[in-house]
Design a protein around this ligand. Structure first.
Ligand code: MN
Ligand code: MN
Length: 464
């Protein structure tokens, strides 16, 4: 190639590189350190409640205080509000007044899982089971024959709330959903993948040992209920007012002989939630504009509900902060920027035909910028404007952040959404960005360490 062509190529064509060809050894060291912290966070954050609690613990350690309406809001103040134990809003008040807008990063801390039904416990053929109703978009066949843990709360009529944790402590028993043996799977094998495991067969096996005498009935179920009563003081009716979530019983680990990736449950979207939170907590000076981190619940089922991104809880938090500075919240919103931090699909060569390779996100190519999500012609997407994408491109380029573009699969191959649209609907300029994930929504998802770290660095640039 002539020098002239080489020059021209460099000048005119996109020269995107694998992040490992861009980071120096010191940066790679910091990446490893960051990923170790993230793995520990993920292991303590198996449900949205556990994740909210862990986020608050870290925030408090970084000097954040609970905010209550009427408190003064001065530059440098660090506040958080926990919404019903399941969502957390944090702010580091900037040097400029809120009329200049806030820099927001919004991620979600709920992940696909199996929730217990309000009347879950039954006995069949002298085995006891919990009935479940899946939460979020799961591929049901992935959730059978893997060890599961159960976490959540039971709210009793006396006002007390009992916390349930089964399966995560050493020596704890675990739960499982059974599947058909191949020897008898002939008919099931003929079914489409999405129908082979019906939702009503996602029943957790929880016991098989009868109590009492031979002539008694329902002895296995009663035995399970007795154990639950002894440990948690709950009765069958208490399940009605419970939130118990079955999640994979595995901790985060390194993946690959080169340890370049992380496997675990709930990367979507705790990998971005952690990046957003850490970026906020690591700010080493008062930011120019108020830095806000949102850890939302209910994204996986549409962001509805009182702890979801569509809830007024976020507006209330922002309005309270604004009011303390005599700023109308709408004036703050119209000047604000939000990075909707959510994972995107990583290109998987085994399933190449659902991706459009020129616009797909790749492992180790950094944080994925997603101008639009949606399905069937961008429906349901906020579709960020060109100026917004340019703003982030420039910000990331200046800081040397490894980033890439990310479109979630081929046109009409499917689609998805994030909280971006709900932020944009509030008149907040919003762009999606996040970590590319392999096997997204599976009980065990995979991300690249480099992408996790670059996403964190990207969040830092947005918030500083
Ligand atoms: Mn997500
Ligand atoms: Mn998701």
């Amino acid at each position: 190639m002539s020098d002239e062509i080489k020059e021209l190529k460099k000048k005119l064509l996109s020269g995107r590189k694998n992040g490992y060809d861009r980071l120096n050894p010191a940066e790679l060291g910091m990446m490893e350190e960051y990923c170790r912290d993230y793995m520990a966070f993920l292991d303590r954050s198996k449900t949205e409640r556990m994740c909210a609690r862990e986020a608050i613990r870290l925030a408090q350690a970084a000097g954040y205080q609970p905010y209550s309406r009427g408190m003064e809001v001065r530059p440098g103040d660090k506040f958080y509000v926990c919404n019903r134990g399941k969502s957390v809003l944090l702010a580091h008040v900037g040097r400029q007044p809120l009329s200049e807008g806030a820099q927001i990063v919004a991620a979600h801390i709920d992940s696909p899982r199996l929730d217990l039904k309000p009347n879950p416990l039954y006995e069949e053929s002298e085995m006891a089971f919990f009935k479940t109703h899946y939460y979020g978009g799961i591929r049901k066949y992935q959730w059978v024959t893997i060890p599961l843990e159960l976490h959540g709360v039971v709210a009793k009529t006396d006002g007390s709330v009992v916390e349930v944790n089964i399966g995560s402590d050493p020596g704890d028993p675990r739960l499982v959903i059974t599947d058909l043996l191949p020897h008898l799977g002939q008919e099931q094998n003929k079914k489409p993948l999405g129908e082979a495991v019906p939702g009503e067969s996602l029943n957790l096996l929880v016991g098989s040992r009868p109590i009492g005498d031979e002539e008694d009935s329902g002895r296995v179920k009663l035995g399970v209920m007795q154990l639950l009563y002894e440990k948690y003081g709950i009765t069958e009716d208490d399940f009605t007012s419970a939130e118990l979530e079955a999640v994979p019983a595995s901790n985060a680990c390194e993946i690959g002989l080169d340890r370049s990736m992380l496997g675990g449950y709930g990367h979507d979207d705790r990998v971005c939630a952690y990046a957003a939170l850490r970026a906020l907590l690591d700010l080493n000076q008062t930011p120019e504009r108020t830095a806000v981190c949102v850890l939302a619940d209910k994204e996986e089922i549409g962001s509805d509900g009182v702890t979801g991104m569509q809830s007024a809880a976020f507006d209330t938090f922002m309005e309270d902060l604004c009011q303390a500075q005599n700023v109308p919240v709408r004036a703050c919103f119209e000047q604000s920027f939000c990075l909707s931090a959510d994972v995107t699909a990583a290109y998987d060569p085994d399933y190449a035909d659902v991706y459009e390779k020129r616009n797909a996100a790749f492992i180790n190519y950094g944080v994925g910028l997603c101008k639009y999500t949606g399905a069937r012609g961008k429906s349901g997407a906020s579709d960020a404007d060109a100026e917004t994408v340019a703003y982030i491109r420039a910000l990331f380029d200046e800081a040397g952040i490894v980033w890439q573009i990310a479109e979630l699969g081929k046109v009409d191959a499917g689609g998805g959404g994030t909280v971006a649209v709900y932020m944009a609907n509030r008149n907040i300029t919003t762009l999606d960005a996040g970590v590319p994930v392999l096997s997204m929504h599976a009980p065990f998802e995979v991300v690249g360490k480099l992408d996790c770290y670059e996403t964190y660095r990207g969040m830092q640039m947005v918030l500083q």
